[in-house]
Write a protein that binds this ligand. Structure first.
Ligand code: NHR
Ligand code: GAR
Length: 227
C-alpha cells in the first residue's frame, strides 16, 4: 500500500487487493467497485464472494467484470466448516482488505482473528445502538428522532469493533422500516467509499483496538457526518 501516488501505472501484482463479501443486492459492493475502478488505480477488486446463490449482487459483480465465487453456507455441516471454506477461498486472493457489504452470516472467532485489522463492515445503525438485525424497525419502535449507519472494523464480538465513520439521518413522520432503510442506504453509499479509500491510501488502521486515521485515534463514534 502506498500513500503517495505511483509515478507510473502499477503492475497488477503491486496493487492492493480487495475482496468483497455479499449476501444480497450488492449496492454497496457496486459503489466500492466503482470507486476502486474510477479513483483508486493502486487497488483492484480481486473477487466478490457470495453465500446466497440467487443473490442479485452476483450478476452486478459479473457485469463489472469482477470474478465471483459462490459459497452456499447450506452446503456445510457447521458454521466453523463454512468459515474454513470461506477462508480458503479468500486466501487464494491474498487480500489486503476484506469488505463486508451486506454479508449476513455471523463469522466465527477464528475467522475474524485471521483478518483482524483488515476487515470492514457496514451496519445500518448508529453503533453501539442496535447491534444485530432489524435495526430500522427497532429505531422506529424506540421512537428515535435520528438513525443512521456505521462503518466499523470487524472484531470477534458482533457489531462491536471500533467505529470508523457514521452518517446520521433524520427519522421522519410516517416513516416505515422501508422508507427509513432507503434514506440510510443513500448515506451508506457515501460513507463506505470514504472508509475504503482511507484504508487503501494507508491512512486508516486499527491500533490497540482503536480506529486511527493518519495514526491518530478517531472518536468513539468514528468520524461523524450529519446530513
Ligand atoms: N461477525 C463478527 N464476528 N463480527 C461482526 O461484527 C460481524 C460478523 C458477521 C457479519 C455483519 C452484520 C451486521 O452488520 C457482520 C458483522 C448477520 C447477522 C445475523 O444474525 C448479524 C449481524 C450481521 C450479519 N445473521 C444470521 C446468522 O445466523 C443469519 C441471518 C440471515 O441469514 O438473514 O448468521 O449487522
Ligand atoms: C445494507 O443496507 C447494509 O447496511 C445491511 O444490508 C444491506 C445490504 O445492501 N447490512 C446488514 O443488515 C448487516 N446485518 P446491499 O446488498 O445493497 O449493499
Amino acid at each position: 500500500m502506498n500513500d503517495t501516488p505511483a509515478p507510473y501505472p502499477l503492475e497488477d501484482a503491486e496493487k492492493s487487493r480487495v475482496v468483497i463479501l455479499i449476501s444480497g443486492t450488492g449496492s454497496n459492493m457496486v459503489t466500492i467497485a466503482e470507486l476502486i475502478r474510477d479513483e483508486l488505480p493502486e487497488a483492484e477488486v480481486s473477487a466478490v464472494i457470495c453465500n446466497e446463490p440467487e443473490a442479485a449482487g452476483i450478476q452486478k459483480a459479473r457485469s463489472l467484470g469482477i470474478h465471483t465465487d459462490i459459497i452456499d453456507h447450506r452446503g456445510f455441516t457447521s458454521r466453523e466448516e463454512f468459515d474454513v471454506g470461506l477462508m480458503r477461498t479468500i486466501d487464494a486472493y491474498d487480500p489486503d482488505l476484506i469488505v463486508l457489504a451486506g454479508f449476513m452470516r455471523i463469522l466465527t472467532p477464528d475467522f475474524v482473528r485471521r483478518y483482524e485489522g483488515r476487515m470492514l463492515n457496514i451496519h445500518p445503525s448508529l453503533l453501539p445502538k442496535y447491534q444485530g438485525l432489524h435495526t430500522h424497525k427497532r429505531a422506529l419502535e424506540a421512537g428515535d428522532s435520528e438513525h443512521g449507519v456505521t462503518v466499523h472494523f470487524v472484531t470477534e464480538v458482533l457489531d462491536d469493533g471500533p467505529n470508523v465513520i457514521q452518517a446520521v439521518v433524520p427519522v421522519l413522520d410516517g416513516d416505515d422500516p422501508q422508507s427509513l432503510q432507503k434514506r440510510v442506504q443513500l448515506q451508506e453509499h457515501v460513507i463506505y467509499p470514504i472508509a475504503v479509500k482511507w484504508f487503501i491510501e494507508g491512512r486508516l488502521s486499527m491500533q490497540k483496538g482503536q480506529s486511527c486515521l493518519d495514526n491518530k485515534p478517531l472518536p468513539p463514534t468514528g468520524l461523524k457526518l450529519d446530513t
